[in-house]
Design a protein around this ligand. Structure first.
Ligand SMILES: Cc1ncc(COP(=O)(O)O)c(C=O)c1O
Length: 434
């Protein structure tokens, strides 16, 4: 069935006359048209044209309990009846930080911010203050927010990325200060040799080695066995901190994030997205000695909305649901997600399409590629972007909504029935591509 999304087009037209580009984040301005939505329940979303979709975007990750989960609705409603922000202390702050402390291995202390970008800003400042060093070692294809200092070599084109042994730090945005690259060293990910190489040259300058422990922002690439442990060791040897950016993996890959799943504990980590089930909460968790620099160590940090009661009420409810029965809900979500990954692989194989499905049960991505496996960002440069674009649109026509980069997020309310319908929708969408 061909859908025209006429109302979404008309609403975008109206919105564009006041709202820049008609969108609140240009990452959302995608084919066939940035969709307008008017409702959502459970795992499904309804657009302005009245089409319902099984949703795998989950608001780019946060809605780990799906839409309108009763526990979140009730908690937020109660909080909304009280003062909406204090700019001062209240009970929900420590109820949530205690919960995070109990779940996340590195969390001796927690600080709250509102977006992942802000959390990274705080974490990097803490790492620099703690070590008295300036350089951050980051990896190609890893996203740590859109601020000048971190938006470096996120998705460099093949002809600007430089040699694999010493990648060129690339600033993708006009208006971004070009000297941001002076404070960052860049390496390819998933290679201990690449980390050793940078450390051999600049180890004494590196404050922190920073990564997404699973490379979700470049298509769900898993760390090679031993890689995280190896980087942990190398960082320690050179007096650098290890930071995991768990804005995606936190409360999603496992209750305690990738650090719990892989058993590698960083010095400091960030979280966001799933921690509050759709409300704007993020933060930093890590060793007490590092985090307490904001109080005793001269590290400046603030935020009018830090610790906002409505947001923390949403987070408290989310973490209660996720952690009940030893994380049964998340375990089930992983199982449903894995069955979708397998199902997509199977229907692609039957139709003779060269497709990889990479990641883990609750966050994975599809790649049209002849590569037998993906190990680092550069491997994704061979993906067929046009096939993906056509797939995303065909899936919408079949009632399945995924992210424009081929990512799917699975929530605790996606069911086996949703999985079956989704695999059948992929099969029909694939048929249109061949
Ligand atoms: C790993 C990672 N870090 C940081 C961020 C930035 O978070 P936010 O969009 O909330 O600023 C994101 C956002 O997608 C992310 O995926």
């Amino acid at each position: 069935m061909a859908r025209s999304w006429e109302k979404s087009r008309a609403l975008l037209d109206r919105a564009s006359r006041s709202l820049a580009g008609g969108v609140s984040s240009p990452f959302r301005a995608h084919a066939p048209v940035p969709l307008h939505f008017e409702d959502g329940r459970g795992a499904r979303l309804k657009d302005a044209d009245g089409n319902w979709y099984i949703d795998y975007t989950l608001g780019w990750g946060p809605n780990i309990l799906g839409y309108r989960h009763p526990a979140i609705v009730e908690a937020v409603r109660r909080a909304a009846e009280g003062p909406h922000t204090y700019g001062a202390q209240h009970e929900l702050e420590f109820l949530v930080s205690e919960k995070i402390q109990s779940l996340v291995p590195c969390a001796e202390r927690v600080s709250f911010t509102s977006s992942g970008t802000e959390a990274v800003q705080l974490a990097w400042r803490l790492c620099r203050a703690f070590t008295g060093r300036n350089l951050i070692l980051k990896f190609e294809g890893h996203y740590h927010g859109w601020m000048d200092s971190a938006l470096i070599s996120y998705h460099p084109a093949g002809d600007e990325a430089g040699p694999r042994e010493s990648p060129t730090p690339v600033t993708p945005s006009k208006g971004q200060v070009p000297n941001a690259v002076e404070n960052v060293a860049v390496a390819v990910w998933n290679s201990l040799e690449a980390v050793e190489r940078v450390m051999a040259r600049r180890g004494g300058e590196i404050a922190a080695v920073v990564m997404e422990p699973v490379l979700c922002n470049s298509g769900g690439i898993l760390p090679r066995p031993g890689y995280l442990e190896g980087v942990r060791e190398i960082a320690r040897k050179h007096g650098a901190l290890l930071m995991f950016d768990e804005v995606i993996t936190g409360f999603r890959l496992a209750l305690g994030g990738a650090q719990q799943h892989y058993g590698v504990v960083p010095d400091i980590s960030t979280f966001g997205k799933a921690v509050a089930g759709g409300l704007a909460l993020s933060g930093v968790a890590g060793r007490a000695k590092i985090l307490e620099l904001t109080i005793h160590g001269g590290v400046v940090f603030g935020g009018s909305f830090n610790g906002n009661p409505i947001v923390l009420a949403g987070s408290h409810a989310t973490l209660e649901v996720l952690s009940a029965n030893d994380g049964a809900a998340l375990n089930r979500a992983h199982r449903v997600g894995q069955s979708i990954m397998e199902g997509i692989r199977e229907v692609a194989r039957r139709r003779g399409l060269p497709l990889l499905v990479t990641g883990f049960g609750t966050a994975f991505a599809v790649h049209f590629t002849r590569n037998p496996e993906l190990v680092e960002y550069r491997d994704t440069l061979a993906d067929d972007a046009e096939m993906l674009r056509r797939l995303v649109i065909s899936l919408l026509e079949e009632g399945v909504y995924i992210l424009p980069d081929g990512r799917l997020y699975v929530s605790v309310v996606h069911s086996d029935e949703d999985a079956k319908e989704t695999i059948a929708a992929f099969d029909r969408a694939f048929a249109r591509l061949t």
